[in-house]
Design a protein around this ligand. Structure first.
Ligand code: PDD
Length: 287
């Protein structure tokens, strides 16, 4: 079945889908994006993802390319046309096409791309069972990582370094030794007392939608959360560690820089959170 992409108002075969060479996303990474999980035929936490898209666009003074309602319709349509019931939907908005000049163009129209793909739930399930390894890298990103921009070169380099080390994720660590977040996930630990710890999201990290929903899950499960920084040493001495994102949900971390956490197996708290996540998250059935 041919994949279909949405590009600026048209549904086109994925293999032919293209944007202009002077799209500012291509030239300046001048754009924002979202990744939403599709699971069992529903879009997970769409409202929160679109709220964050709205915030990212406002922070960069990029206009909405269409109404929110029209965007929702296009998201459903791309998922439906690609027959994705378990997978991901990707949205990207750039400032549009203009002759190359750093300053904002006066009349560019924001460009919108939507794709959807199936993902291998087997691999995900196996990783949930085994847990994953992370490495640490020094923070080298700009200070506005709270905006979900497509400027991801430090994240790309960190992820590649992780892959070469046999790990799934890289945690950015600040000059003060505090873990910020992963290259594409938020970072958490569970203390010996069973308290969930994750860094505050006011600055320095992306406020993950999965992170926000895990707060709801924790409340329901009667678990307490402390929003504070933690060091790599604290994580190594923790009862559990895990990462959250639309692509991993709640993924146990069993090793940091080659050093094993607890008994090297996923812990019960991250498993409880993952299992309860889908029930608690907002579920929008695909039309
Ligand atoms: N990444 N931190 C960073 C730097 C991220 O890129 C992401 C998401 C997250 C988790 O956010 P959420 O829970 O809303 O997915 C945290 C997406 C999945 C990506 O770039 O593929």
């Amino acid at each position: 079945m041919p994949r279909i992409a949405y590009v600026n108002g048209r549904y086109v075969p994925h293999r032919d889908a293209a944007v202009h060479i002077e799209d500012r996303g291509y030239q300046f990474a001048d754009g924002v994006y979202e990744v939403c999980e599709v699971a069992r035929g529903v879009i997970v936490d769409m409202t929160r993802h679109l709220d964050r898209l709205d915030r990212s666009l406002r922070e960069l003074e990029i206009a909405w390319p269409m109404s929110r309602r029209t965007l929702e319709i296009a998201i459903h349509e791309v998922i439906r046309r690609n027959r994705v019931s378990d997978g991901l939907v990707y949205l990207q908005v750039t400032r549009g096409v203009a002759s190359r000049d750093h300053v904002f163009p006066a009349d560019a129209k924001p460009a919108m791309v939507i794709t959807a793909k199936r993902t291998d739930r087997g691999t995900l399930a196996r990783r949930w069972e085994s847990g994953v390894k992370v490495i640490t890298v020094p923070e080298n990103r700009w200070e506005r990582v709270d905006i979900k921009t497509i400027g991801l070169l430090p994240n790309v380099l960190a992820k590649q370094k992780a892959k070469l080390a046999g790990a799934l994720e890289a945690w950015f660590v600040g000059a003060d030794g505090v873990v910020l977040e992963g290259a594409s996930t938020n970072a958490w630990i569970v203390t010996k007392d069973g308290v969930l710890v994750t860094r505050p999201a006011d600055h320095g990290i992306l406020r993950g939608v999965t992170r926000t929903t895990v707060f709801d899950v924790a409340r329901k499960e009667g678990l307490s959360i402390e929003e504070r920084g933690f060091t790599v040493e604290e994580a190594l001495g923790a009862r559990e560690a895990f990462i959250t994102s639309a692509t991993t949900v709640v993924m146990p971390v069993v090793e940091i820089d080659g050093r094993v956490i607890a008994n090297g197996h996923p812990g019960s708290v991250s498993m409880t959170l993952r299992k309860a996540f889908f029930d608690v998250a907002e579920k929008t059935p695909v039309w």
